[in-house]
Design a protein around this ligand. Structure first.
Ligand code: NAD
Ligand code: GLY
Length: 366
């Protein structure tokens, strides 16, 4: 009998790479969720120095009967460690423990641990199975789903990586109880994102429940995670490798990645940069006729109520433009943005530099 009282399932339909996202309380303690994983002698839990002391022993306890050996690796904590030397620690552990090509990796943590563990799984012995166990709101609603894995390069965010799908995603809502408030707000940025780009009914729901979400109401968080995962599953199911539609999930990210790289990784949280980036992208959308000023004000107010910054740091327009040209969506040096063509719908397009400069002047300090 599964232990989990309330359990929601979202299916990612990708043919032979399909998998389930399970959402519920205390999933960490329920061994039944691992029944469908490939048979293997060993598992490696990759976590970090903050999350492992909180949750690794619970995961290890449910995995122990299934695997002959369950190893644990604690990485240093922080976006600044989403890099080559830290990624190499995962390969060191895999090789040091004699792990074979059937070893299952478990990513226990936020998006940093998830992105790095996924990239390690994609490349160790040319690919081993992995499971996402996201413990931040941001990771539960976005980064653990869809198979984007990466590390940062000093010259650009998430520039080195692979598309590689997990076997399973386990969103244990109970882990969100220990999340610092700033991290919860950062996750809300990615929840809010799904409204303007895809689902205005969800946007209305977030507006009506933002105080409950900030207060960590269990039912509100469960709905936010489920609806976010459903939308992401629909988008990724249609465009796994981002040849078109999937790019809309990067709303706010072109400006946001510039903020993250420009200030130095970890100064602003990824979700904070995305929240502020969405304000800038909405202003640019307004200048191009996609939405009106009232809609931009509404989105900005919601982002503020989620506890997120709405004014960009004073990097200077030239530096913003230089950083945005390195974005993965750029082509031939031309910056391309995800912009709203109406509330609830987004497209990727270039924008006249003069308008981008106006937005930077309007939305940034100094
Ligand atoms: P994070 O992984 O750095 O986690 C945030 C902080 O919370 C860390 O200090 C972490 O140790 C701590 N933490 C995690 N779970 C906790 C818990 N339950 N209780 C207490 N503390 C906890 O940051 P994040 O916001 O989860 O992820 C951001 C990363 O995700 C960025 O690198 C971003 O590029 C990436 N991302 C990837 C995708 C994708 O599709 N792959 C999508 C969005 C973001
Ligand atoms: N977070 C953007 C994507 O998964 O495509």
């Amino acid at each position: 009998m599964p232990l989990t009282a309330t359990l929601e399932r979202v299916e990612i339909d990708l043919g032979d790479r399909s998998y389930q996202i399970l959402i519920g309380d205390d999933l960490l303690d329920d061994a039944s969720h691992h029944a469908g994983l490939p048979a293997s002698a060993s598992a490696l839990i990759v976590s970090n120095t903050t999350v492992a002391p909180l949750y690794a022993q619970r995961l290890r306890a449910v995995l122990a009967p299934r695997f002959r050996a369950v190893h644990l690796l604690e990485l240093p904590d922080g976006e600044v460690y989403k890099d080559w030397p830290t990624l190499n620690l995962i390969f060191d552990a895999l090789l040091g423990h004699g792990c074979d090509r059937k070893t299952v990796l478990f990513a226990l943590g936020g998006g940093v641990v998830g992105d790095m563990t996924g990239f390690a799984a994609a490349s160790y012995m040319r690919g081993v199975p992995f499971v996402q166990v996201p413990t931040t709101l941001l990771a539960q609603v976005d980064s653990s789903v869809g198979g984007k894995t990466a590390i940062n390069h000093p010259l650009g965010k998430n520039m080195i990586g692979a598309f590689y799908q997990p076997q399973l995603v386990l969103c244990d809502l109970g882990t969100l109880k220990t999340l610092p408030p700033r991290e919860l707000s950062a996750g809300l940025a990615e929840v809010i994102k799904y409204g303007p780009i895809y689902d205005m009914a969800f946007f209305d729901w977030i507006e009506a429940h933002i105080d409950a979400l900030v207060a960590r109401d269990g039912a509100a968080l469960a709905h936010a995670v489920k609806r976010s995962c459903e939308i992401k599953a629909e988008v990724v199911g249609q465009d796994e490798r981002e040849s078109g539609l999937r790019a809309i999930l990067n709303f706010g990210h072109t400006f946001g990645h510039a903020i993250e790289s420009g200030l130095g990784y970890g100064e602003w949280l990824h979700g904070e940069a995305v929240g502020c980036g969405m304000v800038m992208a909405a202003h640019l959308s307004q200048r191009l006729g996609g939405v009106d000023a009232a809609y931009v004000a509404r989105l900005m107010r919601l982002i503020e109520r989620a506890g997120l910054p709405t004014v960009g740091p004073a990097l200077g327009a030239e530096r913003y433009l230089e950083l945005m040209r390195v974005d993965k969506k750029s082509e031939g040096g031309e910056i391309r943005f995800v912009l709203l063509d109406r509330p609830g719908s987004a497209v990727m397009r270039a924008a006249p530099e003069a308008l981008v400069r106006e937005v930077l002047a309007q939305c940034c300090q100094g």
